[in-house]
Design a binder for this molecule. Structure first.
Ligand code: WTA
Length: 658
């Protein structure tokens, strides 16, 4: 563990504002008071099997009922709803055709150049069946991994649902990752097929996605990949390799509309999603069918308190877990109308979000603190020019939100009347874990408030003992929950070590360690402080410092590299790299630029360092460990405090300072 969470807390807000849910909001809500919330918490704690079992029977469709709720006999490997047979695509589509939602809009898609597409549940079902049959025609079968490397087009959601329909686990790779990063994920996941597009629109440019796929597959680097399915989006010419590459629209046009959902076991793999950890390469987080479906469904229903007439919009990308759980699966499983936006706000169109809210009469809006801070900086003139009276609920996710941004969001975007739900969770947790419920939980700006029913969250010391109120510690979850990750693809040992053995409880307890520091106040409210491991959070994107270091060291000029985060007003954290060069390499501005762009090529633009500092040596202990604490202080321009007596060569510090 690289930093002590208690040290990050000093400056934290003695926040005392409290916003109690308005009576009009509470009256209409599913969960209307803290007392009702508490009843659910108590029910889940006293008889979890009954609580989760009842929820699973009530909220999901089962081809065959499950025999047991939780099997925790071999921790940390959980099995939920064993014996049950279900299908996520059926739960998101087919069951709504029978319950009166066939002609309700399921998906409203807004393209970057302004084109719009709408799909009712019936139409979405049909598209998913066609795509599922197209995958089958390529020889994809239950259990085969299918990678998606796509822009934010409807086909991305359709492809995910098509994979789920035939039982082929998907692995969505964010379209902003480079060909190299894609290749690593294709190899690790042993993908059989890749679904991509000729390209995507990003801000005012296009990105050549198909070219990146070609590069990733060059020289037979990923021998398991036998087919590539290409959606036509930007309509620029791309090379198509005969026998391997197929146009989505052509292949779809040859398919039947009939594709019954595969009957899946509860614990069959649903998807793998790669995320960054503190050591080594990104890890493939594995989620399975029934537990994930239930958690995405329930959390979406509780937190957004969804109603039939809602138009819901989450601004994430499907390449991240937020896109999986809260653009696609959570909303559709609930029969809601979900909006998907291909673009991102950009300098040339700063009002893009507000325009969309006005145009589609969005009632629930879910975005990231980094976006809110960027808008806040631009002032309220632009949002004030839009009619956003359709909004009734606002959410944030991805990183801690500072109280000023929270207040601005509530006042300027929500007109002072929309509850704000700050939702804490992770790729690993499948769905939200700590969040207010809009009709029940009084909110405090900057706090994710209270754990959801059934989630036993705590703040502990290194031995897993609860710390006192207002003391900093490690954020943990003490019991299994349905949406928890099941393992790391191909590496159960790493799963056990990173999440379940990091803290050393004195008893035989299995405590899930999230990697975040937090404090809990006297009312039990959680204040998440950010990562305490070597993961940095840049604009809500999670990156491992090790990955960036490996990318730097793969450049011939670099001998050693150490990467740290630095507080950034807009992005949350910025990336600073300390680098030593190979003998004979000169330190020039050109080289610095080259190194920055090299990281872009190796990982993707989101990982490009904000600053590279070249120095003669890095501060190390006598045993050769880089002292990151010192580098973090130097990167932020802070005094280097604490013990430096273990430094092998103290002159390094003076050189770095100068
Ligand atoms: C951070 C994104 C504070 C946290 C859903 C976590 C947050 C990491 C919040 C997971 C929040 C997410 N308040 N921090 N509301 N939400 N985080 O896997 O550090 O991309 O561990 O999942 O984001 O990032 P991931």
């Amino acid at each position: 563990m690289s930093s002590d969470p208690s040290s990050t807390i000093e400056s934290v807000l003695q926040e005392s504002r409290i916003f109690t849910p308005a009576k009009e909001v509470a009256d209409k809500a599913r969960i209307r008071s803290l007392a009702e919330y508490q009843e659910m918490v108590d029910a889940a704690m006293s008889d979890p099997d009954r609580f989760w079992g009842d929820a699973a029977r009530k909220e999901l469709h089962w081809f065959e009922p499950f025999q047991s709720v939780l099997d925790w006999t071999n921790p940390p490997f959980a099995k939920w709803f064993e014996g049950g047979k279900t299908n996520l695509s059926f739960n998101c589509l087919d069951r709504h055709l029978e319950n009166g939602r066939a002609d309700k809009e399921a998906l409203i898609w807004e393209g970057e150049p302004g084109d719009v597409k709408r799909f009712t549940y019936r139409q979405l079902h049909e598209q998913v069946c066609l795509a599922a049959n197209a995958l089958k025609s390529l020889g994809i079968r239950k259990g085969d991994m299918v990678a998606l490397y796509m822009p934010m087009v409807p086909e991305a959601a359709i492809a995910m649902l098509a994979c789920a329909r035939i039982g082929a686990p998907h692995s969505v790779v964010f379209g902003g990752f480079s060909a190299e990063a894609l290749r690593d994920r294709l190899i690790d996941g042993e993908a059989k097929a890749v679904i991509t597009a000729d390209g995507g629109f990003r801000k005012d440019k296009t990105v050549p996605l198909k070219n990146a796929v070609d590069k990733a597959l060059e020289n037979d680097a990923c021998p398991t990949v036998t087919s590539v399915l290409v959606v036509r989006r930007i309509k620029e010419p791309v090379a198509m390799k005969t026998g391997r590459d197929h146009w989505w629209h052509e292949l779809i046009s040859e398919q039947s509309k009939d594709c019954p959902a595969e009957v899946m076991n509860s614990e069959d793999r649903l998807f793998v999603l790669y995320t960054s950890g503190s050591t080594g390469k990104p890890k493939g987080v594995v989620h399975t069918t029934a537990g994930y479906n239930l958690w995405a469904h329930l959390t979406f229903k509780w937190i957004f308190d969804i109603r039939e007439e809602d138009i819901y919009w989450c601004t994430a990308d499907v390449g991240w877990i937020t896109g999986h759980s809260y653009i696609v699966y959570g909303p559709l499983s609930n029969g809601a109308t979900t909006v998907m936006y291909e673009g991102a706000p950009r300098a040339s169109n700063p009002g893009a979000f507000w325009e969309l809210i006005q145009k589609h009469k969005i009632s629930i809006f879910y975005t990231a603190p980094t976006a809110i801070r960027a808008f806040m900086k631009m002032g309220r003139t632009v949002p004030d020019q839009h009619d956003m009276s359709s909004l009734r609920l606002l959410g944030t996710v991805g990183e801690p939100i500072n109280p000023e941004a929270w207040m601005w969001y509530r006042d300027v975007i929500g007109g002072g009347s929309c509850p704000v739900v700050d939702t804490w969770w992770q790729t690993e947790t499948g769905g939200v874990m700590i969040s207010p419920l809009p009709g029940a939980t009084p909110t405090k700006p900057g706090s994710a408030t209270l754990p959801l029913p059934g989630i036993e969250a705590d703040v502990v010391d290194t031995k897993g003992r609860s710390v006192d109120p207002d003391e900093g510690g490690y954020l943990v979850i003490r019991r299994p929950w349905p949406g928890m990750m099941r393992t790391i693809h191909g590496n159960p040992k790493r799963f056990r070590e990173s999440y379940w053995e990091y803290l050393r409880p004195s008893s035989k307890e299995h405590i899930y360690f999230a990697g975040d520091g937090a404090r809990r106040d006297k009312e039990g409210y959680f204040w998440v402080m950010g990562r305490v491991d070597d993961v940095i959070n840049v604009s809500g994107h999670r990156l491992g410092t090790m990955e960036i270091e490996s990318a730097l060291v793969s450049h011939p000029a670099v001998s050693e590299a150490a990467v740290v985060g630095r507080k950034d007003e807009l992005k949350g954290e910025g990336i600073v790299a300390f680098v030593t060069l190979e003998i004979g390499r000169a330190q020039t501005d050109d080289l610095v630029h080259e190194l920055i762009s090299h990281v872009g090529t190796e990982i993707g633009a989101i990982a490009r360092p904000d600053e590279i500092r070249i120095s003669e040596a890095l501060p190390k202990t006598r045993s050769g460990k880089i002292m990151r604490r010192i580098l973090r202080a130097l990167a932020s321009g802070d005094e280097v405090s604490g013990d430096t007596s273990t430094l092998e060569d103290r002159s390094v510090l003076d050189k770095l300072r100068s």
